[in-house]
Design a protein around this ligand. Structure first.
Ligand SMILES: [Mn+2]
Length: 484
C-alpha cells in the first residue's frame, strides 16, 4: 500500500494515540503487531515507561491535554481516555477528520461518544459471537461423537433429492469423515432433474439410491433437509435430523437441529463446517452454494442473516464456471421442438403470451415454455396450457411487477379445478368433463381466463387456438438423453 498516483492520499501505516487509560498499552501492541508506526501523546510518565520496550513507538509526555502538540501528525487518531470531558477536549484540537477512534468506552458503553468511532467491537457483540460459536461447536461435537460410536452411518435424503439435500448430505458426510467414519449417502426416490444429475456427476461422490438392506444394516441414520415423517410408509428411525422445514409433531431424534428461519439446510451445515474450521473443498462449497441458492432463489426468498453469512463464506470457495453451467442448462433437448412450436403458435393479448399445446407427453413442456418466453419485450406474463391425462394443465409465469399470476390462476380456474401459486408462478389443473377432448379444452381455457372479454372476441381466440391444434404438431426429432 503506497500513496495514490496523485499523491493526495498518504500512507495509512501510521497512527497517533492520545491518552493514558488501561487500553493504551494493548492498543499500541495491536498496531505495532501490524508493523504500523505509532506516535503517542500522554500526560503520564508511567505510560511512557511501559511503552519503552515497543519498537517503532515514539512517546511524548504533555503537561496537559489542553492544547494540540505542535508536531501532531496526520490522521488517524485514537483517543484513550475514560473521562468524556477529556475526550471532548482532545477532540477539540484534532483537525477535522472522520478518522478519530475512542478506545476504552467499549467496556462500558454500547455506542461510542458522539464524534468518535469505536476502535474495538463492544464486549457484548464479541460475547454474542463467541456464544453462538460455542453453541455450534457443541453441536458439531455431538454429531462427531455419534459417528465415532457407529459402524455403519447412513445419511438419508427424502424422495427425489434436490440440491439443498445433496449439499447438506455432503456437508454432514464431511463432518463425519473427519472422524474417519465414512457414511453412506442415499436417497429413496429418483434423481430426475437434469441439473441434479449434472451436479451428481460433477461431485463424483458415491451418492446412490437406497437399497433395502442398507437401511436395516445402518446403526446411525441421519435425515437431512427432511424429517422422518415425510416418509408416509416406514419412516426411518433417525437418530439425527437436520432440517429447515417446519417442525413436524412426530419428529423425534437424539440430535435435532431444525431451523425454520433458515433459507436452506445447506446453511446449517455451512455454519457447522466454518465454525469448526473443517476443510471445505471446492466441490463441497459448490454443492452447498447450489443448495443455498436454489432453495432461496439466489437469496431472494426466505433468506436471512445466516444465509447471507453462509453465502459469503461459500462464494469464494465455489466453482462458478460449473454453477453457471447449471444455471444455463434449463431446457431438456426433448422440449426444444415444443418450445419452437409454441413460439410459432402463440397468441398475444396485450402483455400476455398465450399458448395451447393440445395433448402433451409432459407438463414440463408448458413450464419450460412459459419460463422462456417471459424474456420477450412488452410481455409481463405467459400462460401455457396443455392436456395431460384428461386434465387441462395451465401454467402461469409473470414478472410479479404488474400483477399476481398465482391470484389470477386461482380467480380464473379455482372454481372448476385446483389452482393457485404466488406472484410470479401459478398453476391450474382442471379435470376435463366426460367426452371433452383437447379442442373442447380451448373453450374452457379462454372462457375462464378472459371472463371480462366480450363473447365475440373470446370466440375468435378459441377459433385461433383450435386451428393451431388441428394443424401440424411439433417435429419429432431424435432425442439424445443425458447420460449420467
Ligand atoms: Mn431445503
Amino acid at each position: 500500500m503506497g500513496s495514490s498516483p496523485n499523491g493526495v492520499l498518504a500512507s495509512a501505516r501510521h497512527v497517533t494515540i492520545v491518552g493514558h487509560n488501561s487500553q493504551i498499552v494493548p492498543t499500541v501492541g495491536f498496531f505495532v503487531g501490524g508493523a504500523m508506526a505509532v506516535r503517542v501523546y500522554t500526560t503520564r510518565t508511567d505510560v511512557e515507561a511501559e511503552l519503552a520496550p515497543y519498537p517503532g513507538v515514539q512517546v511524548t509526555v504533555l503537561p496537559s491535554y489542553e492544547h494540540a502538540p505542535p508536531d501532531l501528525p496526520e490522521p488517524p487518531y485514537v483517543v484513550a481516555v475514560d473521562v468524556d470531558d477529556d475526550a471532548l477536549q482532545i477532540r477539540s484540537w484534532l483537525p477535522p477528520t472522520t478518522a478519530v477512534f475512542i478506545t476504552g468506552s467499549e467496556q462500558r458503553r454500547r455506542s461510542p461518544l458522539h464524534g468518535f468511532l469505536s476502535l474495538m467491537p463492544s464486549k457484548t457483540t464479541m460475547r454474542r459471537g463467541l456464544l453462538r460459536r460455542l453453541m455450534v461447536l457443541k453441536r458439531v461435537d455431538l454429531l462427531m461423537n455419534l459417528a465415532r460410536t457407529a459402524k455403519r452411518p447412513l445419511i438419508l435424503m427424502y424422495s427425489n433429492p434436490d440440491p439443498d439435500a445433496i449439499g447438506a448430505a455432503l456437508g454432514l458426510a464431511t463432518i463425519w469423515r473427519a472422524t474417519d467414519h465414512d457414511p453412506l449417502i442415499r436417497y429413496t426416490g429418483e434423481v430426475q432433474r437434469y441439473q441434479n444429475k449434472l451436479l451428481l456427476s460433477y461431485l463424483k461422490e458415491p451418492i446412490e439410491r437406497l437399497k433395502d438392506d442398507e437401511l436395516e444394516e445402518a446403526d446411525l441414520i441421519a435425515v437431512v433437509d427432511a424429517q422422518p415423517g415425510f416418509w408416509r410408509e416406514n419412516p426411518p428411525k433417525a437418530q439425527v435430523v437436520i432440517d429447515h422445514h417446519p417442525r413436524r409433531e412426530d419428529t423425534q431424534a437424539l440430535y435435532i437441529d431444525l431451523r425454520e428461519g433458515y433459507g436452506s439446510t445447506s446453511t446449517i451445515l455451512t455454519e457447522y463446517l466454518i465454525e469448526a474450521d473443517l476443510p471445505i473443498s471446492k466441490h463441497l462449497a459448490t454443492a452447498l452454494m447450489y443448495g443455498l441458492t436454489t432453495d432461496t432463489d439466489d437469496l431472494n426468498r426466505h433468506a436471512g442473516a445466516a444465509d447471507i453469512r453462509a453465502f459469503d463464506e461459500l462464494h469464494h470457495r465455489a466453482d462458478h464456471h460449473f454453477l453457471t453451467r447449471l444455471d444455463k442448462a434449463q431446457v431438456p433437448m426433448s422440449v426444444l421442438d415444443h418450445i419452437a412450436w409454441g413460439i410459432s403458435h402463440r397468441v398475444v393479448v396485450r402483455d400476455l403470451i398465450l399458448i395451447h399445446f393440445g395433448e402433451v407427453p409432459t407438463a414440463d413442456i408448458m413450464v419450460q415454455t412459459a419460463d422462456q418466453l417471459l424474456v420477450t419485450y412488452g410481455i409481463n406474463w405467459t400462460v401455457c396450457a396443455g392436456v395431460k391425462d384428461k386434465t387441462l394443465v395451465v401454467i402461469f409465469r409473470g414478472d410479479g411487477h404488474r400483477q399476481d399470476v398465482g391470484k389470477r390462476a386461482a380467480l380464473a380456474f379455482g372454481k372448476i379445478g385446483s389452482a393457485g401459486g404466488h406472484r410470479t408462478m401459478g398453476r391450474a389443473e382442471i379435470p376435463l368433463p366426460e367426452g371433452f377432448d383437447e379442442l373442447d379444452s380451448c373453450d374452457i381455457l379462454v372462457d375462464n381466463l378472459f371472463r371480462k372479454m366480450n363473447q365475440k372476441r373470446r370466440a375468435r381466440f378459441v377459433r385461433r387456438l383450435k386451428a393451431h391444434l388441428k394443424g401440424e404438431g411439433p417435429d419429432d426429432h431424435e432425442e439424445f438423453e443425458f447420460a449420467t
